[in-house]
Ligand binder design. Sequence first.
Ligand code: PMP
Length: 413
Amino acid sequence: MAVVQNVLEPATVRAHFPALDQRVHGHPLIYLDSAATAQRPNAVLDAVRDFYERDNANVHRGLYELSRRATESFEAAREVVARFVGAAEPAELVWTRGTTEAINLVALTWGWANLREGDEIVVTMLEHHSNLVPWQLVAQRTGAKLRRVDIDDEGRLRLDQLDELLGERTRLVAVGHVSNALGTINPVREIVERAKAVGAKVLVDGAQGAPHHKVDVQALGCDFYALSGHKMGAPMGIGALWARRELLEEMPPWQGGGEMIETVELEHSTWAAVPHKFEAGTPNVAGAVGMAAAAEYIESLGYDAIAAHERALVRYGLERLSAVEGLRLFGPEDPEERTAVFSFALEGVHPHDVATILDAEGIAVRAGHHCTQPLMRRLGVPATTRASCWVYNTTDELDRLAEGLEAARRIFA
Ligand code: PMP
């Protein structure tokens, strides 16, 4: 039983993830970098292996058994992931390589078709480069302008400023569901309501949302939701864009090639129906199968149990890390407003040195700007060290982290 009375049973959950069972530099691995990429459960590894062992063939148009099975698995995976995010129908789910590609798809299709000189795109100080640079590129080419919502000192979005920025020129609000750098959970539903009041579309970067929360795109009311498989236990190189059908219908295709066409002449072509119009070339079928297995695995643990586990880690981590001398924690103080991502600076020790010292103890954390350079500038630091948790992490591991940090301080003191 992985879940007992709606609480994750750590030993059982950990046993689902074979990569966790190893020693690094002579110590048991403590993996605290799930915001960069999560480890994979057996359910996903088995699904991918089964696909390659039994059903491997190219999808669509194949008239033989293996191709039929591969196509069925691919489209069944779409159904699962569409349901996982609350889509009205599977056709609203476009497979992509991940969040980055999903956002670029929207920028290069919806953005190019709809943005004009003087239009405004509102982003936030918390955005990952993936939800900023594609908008810069489209703004440079269309004459649209980027506006940005700042954060307060705890790394929460300044909704008062959002209200000032929103207006008749706003065409799009692009906002992350959860900040990868600080763990801040953004009030997306509220942001959508305010954006809709001025007729703007809303794109949600859900890379850090889907692994932690039940995503319900209809309840959120957004127009686009982007997610990455590898942050939720699926293989790398697969992800998805959800968008409302009428938007997908209106959007022009972006990449041309096989799969995305209906008829092809020398000078022009007509397009396949959505979502295939956006899926040129051979897709990552095993990745899609793996992402569906990851979605089902998360659902089997249950969101209530995941949330309870995560809240316990947040509370414990905030308290334990605050007790480390010289450690400055970034992000919201209220555990309800954040996920179990701990971004910090350790006085007198460079973040890269912190990560290297921890690595010697078998503790994997990330040091750097976390693809959020504007945010780092806003915080007044070149980089932070970040420890990020998922369903398999334990409070014991956070103790080991804190002890490692105390040792690092002693080395540099
Ligand atoms: N947005 C956020 C908030 C992220 O954390 C990440 C991954 N670090 C991305 C976007 C990009 O995701 P991917 O690299 O899977 O495309």
